[in-house]
Write a protein that binds this ligand. Sequence first.
Ligand code: TRP
Length: 350
Amino acid sequence: MAKVILTGDRPTGKLHIGHYVGSLRRRVEMQNSGEFDKIWIMIADAQALTDNFDNPDKVRANITEVALDYLSVGLDPKKSTIFVQSHIAELTELTFYYMNLVTLARLQRNPTVKAEIKQKNFEMSLPMGFLTYPVSQTADITAFMADTVPVGEDQLPMLEQAREIVRSFNGLYGETLVEPKAVLPSNKSCLRLPGTDGMAKMSKSLGNCIYLSDSADEIKRKVMGMFTDPNHLRVSDPGDTKNNPTFIYLDAFAKDEHFAAYAPEYANLEEMKAHYERGGLGDMKVKKLLNAVMQETLEPIRTRREEIAKDIPAVWDMLYEGSEEAKARAAATLDAVKKAMRIDYFADRK
Ligand code: TRP
């Protein structure tokens, strides 16, 4: 079976370092490994509209931002096809047929959807489009016959639901669709990077994100203002590294080489953590190292982003080409789906 990746992001804001360690970094590694037959990266604008339908301009502007973020971290349109979801009308058609295979109760039980409904206070005004977005996400994945979906932990319930729909489709209409599996980061700190304020998740509305496009000054200001261990009052006090975002970020970003360059008194992060835990290591020192690591990691990304941003029309040309290719691939799947369902009435007249 062909090894095919599909993944994507909603264009509701610029991408931040949580996206980077949670998924983007891995995608680039997978892209460059040469192990995959095809890689599809989708900007999920139609999904973004399910809770931003009153603000399409915001979604539109963020398609450009997300595309710039993709290109600046090293996704390469020669190796990965980057496309815009709404261009592929076939995805909507697939969604319509898959909706028959899911119950309302099952959608309402989806833990991610459930949490989002609560968080957005939809109550009685819950849009149908929002409730059914896991079905549309199943269409996204299956349209490309993807078997591998690199995502963050919050997307696991989507993948579970996609597998269920694929199984019921194949059971009813015959083996047609591929059951996808999620690929999560192996490092626990990367699964869910906390905000700079120590909150469980980075989110634009909380103002606790470091963006891939942040300037050197912004990064420094954000790192220096980070929440640490509130009980670590004096340098000599023993400190906690487990619920301390500065150490979680170091876990996600620091390599041994960084210690050699910026904190040679430690061979690696384990030694530095041990020092903090026994007492005698101040937060300022930890933050200075973290700032150096973040600057070194983000500087090349930011520079590339600025370079690519000089020609936005070229970015949209790339998206158009990718979207046309994606449309052709999804159309072939739709044909196979209609054939399996025995609704391909006019196939022989094409
Ligand atoms: N739901 C994903 C997110 O919020 C975006 C997405 C849409 C996606 N369709 C997908 C991810 C298909 C993986 C596969 O980030």
